[in-house]
Design a protein around this ligand. Structure first.
Ligand SMILES: Nc1ncnc2c1ncn2[C@@H]1O[C@H](COP(=O)(O)OP(=O)(O)OP(=O)(O)O)[C@@H](O)[C@H]1O
Ligand SMILES: [Mg+2]
Length: 501
């Protein structure tokens, strides 16, 4: 077990003045699941990019299977059997599972793609990995969990011996999580080494053998998971004691801000609720229950087929997200990287993107006004960036998410919909976002929070609506909250709910 597969020595990566990684030395053993933890911007993804040859180290060496390299190249790293599973998938949606697994390495017969052979090999692979999947299904028809699994199978089929998962567990349903965990066990049996990056510490404890912590680009510690508590791990990460607690929303609940009356479209059915000023209304349910679809309908991203919406007592029907924004409804989307940001633009441009018209004086953009506004948000949200002109692409994942938040706050909407607000956000920053939500409530905003993190849903909501199969199946008051009660409602079977696909 103590055979070392990877050893890094004094590994560093500087970007001008930013020391993304500074003098990192530690090792990874063959066949272990090794967690990499640290706050947003700690250097985790940068470390991975050095291993895959996407970046060259500024200093230090990488030793893989006892051979030292001054740098990796993408080809070398692939030849060594190193594979990365990113959160943004690289699969081709309209190709089948089998075609995706063998993409770029198609099996041929007489110069023609041999689909039968590919299907057969993919099926064998599924069997070997204990995955129940029709390999002829198009990838776009699969849920996130299975897409992730296809990515892993693709890596396995390439003989990957070292798989890196950078925040792999997008929200999975309970069943999916189990499938995913089973796959990790299978990989463990096959002696595949795994580096696992996740902000969900429960997963680290459930899945991993050892954990390494980075803080501000520096190496802090490597521990056996069984020798460390969650509290200790958090304090290694943030460099201080931090308790996981939720602020109490003391905002006074005012008049009804938003009212949904029997909203129905292809994916949701008869959704009715009221949101008051100062209220944080939680939406619970399993992934795919239709919560994001409710948000999209309110925000104007999806059409409503029947039912009505009222804002401050007046009927409205948002025709587009832009229109929704005009009515004061802002969405902080679940998939922030794809929906919320323009990666090639700066922090400043992204933040003020939606509000340029508010920063103009007779058609001329007031530069100083824009700049001080952006600086305020960088400070308020503690966005880790050298300055406001930094390109969004160069920030860490968690900090990119904070920019999307800043952009929405800048629009000054009075209804804010947070879809999975703390996904990909580190423990410390989570608390900042919670504090921000209660502060917004205090300022009289109405907040809708969709969350699959049970403690967060229970800790932050004034009231919880539980959804299942496109319908609201229960409403819980604070005194009625328990994880079991919510899960029980969320798993309400389809009975009584008509199919409306
Ligand atoms: N190409 C780049 N140019 C300039 N700075 C960069 C570049 N890439 C990364 N950085 C900086 O390096 C630091 C580490 O970033 P990295 O993406 O490795 O963090 P992370 O630990 O993966 O964080 P998260 O949990 O938010 O994904 C950050 O401060 C980031 O802004
Ligand atoms: Mg990252």
């Amino acid at each position: 077990m103590n055979d070392i597969i990877l050893k890094v020595d004094h590994l560093s990566k500087y970007f001008a003045l930013v020391k993304a990684l500074d003098d990192i030395s530690f090792d990874v053993r063959r066949g272990e699941v090794h967690a990499l933890c640290g706050e947003n911007g700690a250097g985790k993804s940068t470390f991975i990019k050095l291993l895959t040859g996407a970046y060259e180290p500024t200093k230090g060496t990488i030793e893989f299977e006892h051979k030292a390299y001054e740098k990796m190249t993408p080809k070398l790293s692939m030849d060594l059997g190193i594979s990365v599973i990113y959160q943004e998938f690289s699969l081709i949606p309209y190709l089948t599972v089998a075609e995706n697994i063998f993409y770029g390495r198609e099996i041929q017969k007489y110069g023609i793609r041999n689909i039968r052979e590919m299907n057969q090999r993919a099926e064998e692979l599924c069997k070997e990995m204990g995955v129940d999947l029709d390999v002829k299904t198009k990838v776009c028809e699969l849920g996130v969990a299975y897409q992730q699994i296809v990515e892993i199978m693709k890596a396995v089929s390439k003989n990957a011996r070292f798989i890196i998962m950078d925040e792999p567990t997008a929200p999975l349903t309970i069943n999916e999580t189990k499938i995913f965990f089973d796959i990790i066990e299978k990989l463990r049996e096959k002696k595949v080494t795994i580096i696992f990056i996740s902000h969900r510490l429960e997963e680290v404890f459930e899945l991993c053998d050892r954990v390494t912590v980075f803080c501000d680009g520096r190496y802090i510690v490597t521990k056996d998971v069984k020798d460390v508590t969650k509290q200790q791990l958090i304090s290694y990460m943030v460099g201080r004691e931090l308790t996981e607690s939720y602020p109490v929303n003391t905002a006074e609940k005012g008049e009804v801000l938003l009212e949904a009356d029997h909203l129905t479209n292809k994916r949701i059915k008869e959704i009715s609720f009221q949101l008051r000023k100062g209220e944080i209304l939680g939406f619970g349910g399993l992934v795919g229950a239709g919560r994001t679809e409710v948000a999209r309908a309110i925000y104007g991203a999806d059409r409503i087929l029947s039912g009505r919406l009222k804002k401050n007592g007046e009927a409205f029907c948002p025709a587009s997200p832009r229109d929704g924004l005009k009515h004061g409804i802002g969405l902080i989307p679940e998939d922030r990287k794809r929906q919320g940001l323009i990666l090639g633009m700066s922090v400043k441009e992204n933040t003020v993107f939606s509000i340029y018209d508010k920063c103009t004086n007779v058609g001329v953009i007031q530069k100083s006004k824009v700049e001080s506004l952006v600086d305020d948000y960088i400070k308020e949200l503690k966005i880790k960036t050298p300055n406001r002109e930094q390109i969004a692409k160069n920030l860490s994942g968690g900090n990119q998410q904070k920019i999307v938040l800043a952009k929405m706050l800048a629009t000054n909407c009075d209804v804010l919909i947070f879809d999975e607000p703390t996904r990909g956000i580190d423990v410390g920053a989570k608390q900042e976002i919670y504090a921000l939500m209660t502060e917004l409530a205090k300022r009289g905003k109405g907040i809708i929070m969709i969350s699959s993190e049970m403690p967060e849903l229970i800790g932050m909501s004034d009231r919880i609506l539980v959804m299942s199969h496109g319908k609201i199946v229960g409403e819980l008051e604070r005194t009625e909250y328990t994880q079991e009660r919510i899960l029980e409602l969320a798993s309400t079977e389809k009975e009584g709910v008509e199919e409306h696909e």
